[in-house]
Design a protein around this ligand. Structure first.
Ligand SMILES: [Zn+2]
Length: 131
């Protein structure tokens, strides 16, 4: 294949904006990569990775908030609804597990490092912003 030709193929990725299927296009000698959904949302490789990273952070944060809610609910069971709780050890164990789950999610969020691509590093070196 001539590197100057553009090629396009479907991917298993979803659009960060609308959840449509993304297709991937490479073009030019440098093999620039672009993603586009059926609606027309377009992404560079850096922006699609950044959007997926943000989606992951949002979902981890949502899970963390839900676990905090569960902890508050269990605390409520232990204090306000004590007559309804038949096994307080189960409640305490569940609260401890929820605290451990929050710590796991915190570590996952902190380890979600961005990926630097060669083209992005080159643009950053030249002082250019993302396309
Ligand atoms: Zn889209």
């Amino acid at each position: 294949m001539n590197r100057l030709e553009a090629t396009e193929r479907g991917t298993l990725l979803t659009c960060p904006d609308c959840w449509g299927v993304l297709s991937m296009r490479t073009e030019g000698d440098a093999g620039h990569v672009y993603f586009r959904c059926q609606i027309g949302h377009g992404f560079s490789i850096e922006s699609v990775v950044a959007a997926k990273k943000q989606q992951l952070e949002d979902r981890l944060w949502s899970a963390t908030l839900t676990i905090h809610e569960v902890i508050r609910m269990l605390e409520e069971f232990e204090t306000q609804l004590r007559p309804l709780v038949t096994d307080r050890n189960v409640i305490a164990e569940r609260r401890a597990r929820a605290q451990r789950d929050i710590e796991i999610l915190r570590r996952l969020t902190e380890s979600n490092e961005p990926i630097a691509f060669a083209a992005g590093r080159e643009r950053a070196r030249r002082g250019e912003r993302r396309p």
